[in-house]
Write a protein that binds this ligand. Structure first.
Ligand SMILES: Cc1ncc(COP(=O)(O)O)c(C=O)c1O
Length: 386
């Protein structure tokens, strides 16, 4: 086997295969029900597939404009205006991206400089810290605290320094299912007032909010709108995580820098899918029905586990449910997650994977409930016996 003739100095020495890949692989190996990685096991609306096919056949198969196909940018801006009451300019304030992950990476690369500090909230989605480290900046970690998983703003204030360049937030929140209140955004606005701090607001679960709650978007907030890159993803909204199409909204000055990087990371996103999504968005019921759709699944999972020894934490949004297992075992969560996959036939995600240094004694697993009702019922049956 030929080998590279020299040392390879990793830019990300601490990064290995993500826990999501590891658990999904283990689930497949053991034929376990996969409640680990966050993707639906049910199909998207066939009307969406028809639209993609229509645009392919009609010849829309060459590069779309760098910022995104105009009909999709316009449809997304109309959606933001209708849903959040906020106007964005489709020419200068939105870019269609290859999923939220690329939008996150691009925002950090474009707006963070070596030596800067970026505040994130643990448990934190796994792509944020590597993006910050690759930009030569320092990850500064605040903690969200159970059971509501909202920030302690006094702690966050202590973490802000003259080098703080960005705050990255995510609500509704993966992995906890928590969601921030309007007061949290007010606190963030107060904290950043008079500074050049940019907020990256990962809102990929914007439509997955339950019990009549309103999604508090940075795009809606009168002050934060002007300093935020607000990120969304069709993967979550239309049950097509494999399509990897998302978007970023930001004021013109930030978006101009974002696009400078975007054009060399991906240049543009696949054309027929963009045009299909633009048409599919014409019927708002397609995303406004999501809270009811997923709330039913959440309630099924919770009811199915009510008599189990797992203790369920509140879940206000996303398609993730956290469960404490202190009554079941003393094992570290990664050990238990592996054992449940092998012995019980249900794969989950250990919440410690979302921390640099997990809180001592925290015993939590994450279940994904973006699954068919029969999948959830079978999983609950197995988990109830643990
Ligand atoms: C909080 C959060 N941000 C970003 C992403 C990535 O989204 P995409 O698949 O559109 O890149 C995910 C996917 O699980 C997520 O949970």
């Amino acid at each position: 086997m030929p080998r590279f003739p020299g040392p390879v100095e990793s830019r990300l020495p601490a990064v290995g295969t993500t826990i999501f890949t590891v658990m999904s692989r283990l689930a497949a190996e053991h034929g376990a029900i996969n409640l680990s990685q966050g993707f639906p096991d049910f199909p998207a609306d066939p009307a969406l597939f028809e639209l993609v096919s229509k645009h392919m056949r009609a010849g829309s198969n060459q590069y779309a404009p760098m910022a995104g196909a105009a009909p999709l940018r316009e449809a997304l801006v109309r959606k933001a205006e209708a849903g959040l009451g906020t106007a964005y300019d489709p020419e200068h304030e939105i870019t269609v991206t290859a999923g939220a992950t690329q939008a996150i990476y691009t925002a950090v690369t474009a707006l963070v400089r070596p030596g800067d500090e970026v505040i994130v909230f643990e448990p934190v989605y796994d792509s944020y810290a590597p993006a910050i480290e690759l930009a030569g900046a320092t990850v500064v970690r605040a903690r969200l605290r159970p059971p509501e998983w909202r920030p302690d703003w006094a702690e966050v204030r202590r973490l802000v320094t003259p080098r703080t360049r960005m705050v990255m937030i995510n609500s509704p929140h993966n992995p906890t299912g928590g969601s921030w209140a309007a007061e949290d955004l007010d606190a963030l606005a107060a904290l950043t007032r008079g500074t050049g701090i940019v907020v990256v607001s990962d809102e990929v679960y914007e439509h997955l909010v339950f019990d009549g709650r309103r999604h508090e978007s940075c795009a809606r907030h009168p002050e934060l709108r002007d300093r935020s890159v607000v990120i969304g993803s069709f993967g979550k909204t239309f049950h097509v995580t494999g399509w990897k199409v998302g978007w970023a909204l930001a004021p013109r000055e930030l978006m101009a820098e974002f696009r400078k990087v975007h054009q060399f990371v991906v240049f543009t996103v696949n054309t027929p899918v963009q045009l299909a999504l633009a048409e599919f968005l014409e019927d708002p019921a397609r995303y406004l029905s999501l809270p009811d759709f997923y709330q039913r699944k959440r309630d099924l999972l919770r009811a199915g586990l009510a008599a189990s020894r797992f203790e369920l934490l509140p879940c206000h949004g996303t398609y993730f449910q956290l469960a404490a297992y202190g009554r079941i075992s003393d094992e570290p969560d990664a050990v238990l997650a592996e054992r449940l996959t092998r012995e019980v036939g249900v794969a989950t995600i250990p919440v410690s994977a979302f921390y640099d240094t997990p809180p001592a004694g925290q015993r939590l697993l994450r279940f994904c409930f973006a699954k068919k009702e029969e999948t959830l019922a079978r999983a609950c049956e197995r988990l109830a016996k643990v």
